[in-house]
Design a protein around this ligand. Sequence first.
Ligand SMILES: Nc1ncnc2c1ncn2[C@@H]1O[C@H](COP(=O)(O)OP(=O)(O)O)[C@@H](O)[C@H]1O
Ligand SMILES: [Mg+2]
Length: 175
Amino acid sequence: MSLLEEWAQWPDFAKATGKEYSFRKITTNVVLITPDLVGKFPRLWECDIFDATRENNLCRLKHEHRMLSEAYRAGICVPKPEGMFTVTIGKSELLKKLYSLTGEKLPAFVMQYVNGQKLSVFKEIPPEINDLWQREIKKATKLGFEPFDAMDWNAIFNPEQNKVYLIDLEYWKRK
Ligand SMILES: Nc1ncnc2c1ncn2[C@@H]1O[C@H](COP(=O)(O)OP(=O)(O)O)[C@@H](O)[C@H]1O
Ligand SMILES: [Mg+2]
C-alpha cells in the first residue's frame, strides 16, 4: 500500500475523537487544535512548493509519530501521542490561510500540548532544570534511541510537574 493510500485511512480527527477544533497557531507547522492537543502538520514551505500529502511529508510525520509512541511507551518524558489523523481545513480559517494551496484535508499527527517554557528562553538554564533535561536525554540513549536534534529549543520545562519534555523527534532514530 502506498503512503497516500495509507493516509486515506487515517481517521478524521473531529469524527474519531468527538473533540471540537479550537485552532491557535504555535508555529507554522504546529497548531493547537483543541485546548490540550497540538497537531504537527507538514511544513508550510514544503507544502507551498509541493503538496502536503507528498509521500516524503507523510513519511516524516509517520516516522516522528512512531518515535514519539516508542519513546512514550519506554517511559521517556515526551508529549503523549494521540495518533495520526486527517484534519479538515474547512473548519479552520487559520489552516486555510497557512495551507492555501492544498486541499480540504491535511495529514497531521496529534499529541499532548505541553504547557511550559522552552529551555531556549533561559539565558542560563537553571542547574536543576538542566539535570532533568540531561536525565531524559541519557535515558533515551540508554533505551536505544539516538536523540538527534535534542537541543534546548526542542525541550519544554513544565513547572507544575517539574518535568522536562523532549519534543521534535523528527530526526530521532532507534539503534
Ligand atoms: N507537544 C507540544 N506542546 C507544546 N508546544 C509544542 C509541542 N510540540 C511543539 N511545540 C511548539 O512548536 C514548536 C515547533 O515544534 P517542533 O516539533 O520543534 O517543530 P519543528 O520541526 O518545526 O522544529 C516548538 O518549538 C514548540 O514551541
Ligand atoms: Mg523544533
